[in-house]
Design a protein around this ligand. Structure first.
Ligand SMILES: Cc1cccc2c(=O)nc(N)[nH]c12
Ligand SMILES: [Zn+2]
Length: 372
């Protein structure tokens, strides 16, 4: 039985490339995780997600506990079987989604009670219940149950919230138990405060995790403030474990995060924005519904090998996107996920070759050209 482990294979400045070994397969880092919130990466078949180059995808405790429930998924053989994805799955622990989605939330030391945004039913999430749900789902990488304060927030609110999350991290670790082949990741909090981030990192180190997430970012602070935290926060976390930046981001966010030592990221952006007609390309964002594409016979990106770029014109994508045809979501999502995976593969190769600076310069120079 392969246990969970992380091998760093090369570094270039603060940037790192490596491999996470899990019983369900390898995850090449830096890695981007497509988001499969309700047991599906929207508009994609699992085989297509794999074809884009994804090694791992993300699921959500909050959504799956409400519908179809973790117990039902467990009875049906677990989330991998249920959604027909046999490679690694990381699941978020639910606290963040409760604060952003649920109604009538009540936060106490014990956990969070809330009403479902789907049918108003009452639910409780605690560190223990979150660990149980993620065990029932069968996820390979389990996230500790945390509280992520909305920014901007007063320093003492951020400090109190971080300390609650650290007590919840200990309870998550205790409830997770000893599960060879499965990993538990801790989540650093502390807002934009270096000393609170350091206190959080020390608390997590003391508890001991298989990986460490930088939480509490991508919550409206903006790229400059986020990079300001990433200039020091990854270095506060154990060097020999994966570092996961949650909820990030736009392509240039991702490049900046990898430069600063982040190994894993997830974001709904490529899939969600694809459904609204936004395509990410090497030369920047293309809003395919814009009238200028109506007669354009060229693909989104001549250099892209994805099915949308190999088989269809901008004019066609413009037409089906404006008409809200289902194929528009399929093709735009596939292209965007393919582009994100190409970005990760390019960075992995550049770090291994010690040429990340040159790669990043080319990345920004090409985007500066703008779409043609
Ligand atoms: C999904 C996500 C985005 C951004 C931040 C966070 C966070 O701090 N904690 C959790 N559990 N999830 C997050
Ligand atoms: Zn493409």
């Amino acid at each position: 039985m392969t246990r969970f482990s992380f091998d760093l294979t090369a570094t270039d400045g603060a940037a790192r490339t490596g491999v996470i070994h899990t019983p369900r397969g390898e995850v090449r880092t830096p890695a981007f995780m497509p988001v499969g919130t309700a047991a599906t990466v929207k508009a994609m078949l699992p085989g297509s997600v794999r074809e884009t180059g994804a090694d791992i995808l993300l699921g959500n405790t909050y959504h799956l506990m409400l519908r179809p429930t973790a117990e039902r998924i467990d009875r049906l053989g677990g989330l991998h079987r249920f959604m027909n994805w046999d490679r690694p799955i990381l699941t978020d622990s639910g606290g963040f989604q409760v604060m952003s989605l649920a109604e009538l939330r009540k936060l106490t030391e014990e956990g969070v009670t809330f009403r479902s945004h789907i049918d108003g039913s009452r639910h409780t999430l605690t560190p223990e219940r979150s660990m149980e749900i993620q065990r029932l789902l069968g996820s390979d990488i389990v996230m500790a149950f945390d509280e992520c304060p909305a920014l901007p927030a007063e320093r003492d609110r951020i400090a109190a919230s971080m300390r609650l999350s650290m007590r919840w991290a200990q309870r998550s670790r205790d409830a997770f138990g000893d599960r060879p082949g499965h990993a538990l990741f801790g989540i650093q909090q502390g807002g934009l405060e270096p000393d609170l981030r350091a206190e959080s990192a020390e608390a997590l180190r003391g508890i001991g995790f298989d990986g460490y997430a930088v939480g509490g970012l991508a919550v409206g602070e903006g790229q400059e403030a986020m990079f300001g935290v990433l200039d020091y926060a990854p270095g506060q976390l154990p060097e020999d474990k994966p570092r996961y930046l949650m909820g990030v981001g736009k392509p240039d966010d991702i490049v900046g995060a990898v430069r600063r030592g982040i190994d894993m990221m997830d974001c709904v952006l490529p899939s969600r924005s694809g459904r609204t007609g936004q395509a990410f390309t090497r030369r920047g964002v293309v809003n395919i519904r814009n009238a200028r594409h109506a007669d354009d016979p060229r693909p989104l990106d001549e250099a892209c090998a994805c099915p949308a770029c190999r088989g269809y014109s901008r004019a066609y994508l413009h037409h089906v996107s404006r008409a809200k045809e289902i194929i528009a979501s399929m093709l735009m999502t596939w292209h965007n996920l393919h582009y994100y995976q190409e970005l990760m593969a390019g960075m992995r190769d550049a770090i291994a070759a010690g040429s990340f600076d040159a790669w990043e310069a080319e990345f920004h120079a090409t985007r500066a050209l703008g779409d043609i």
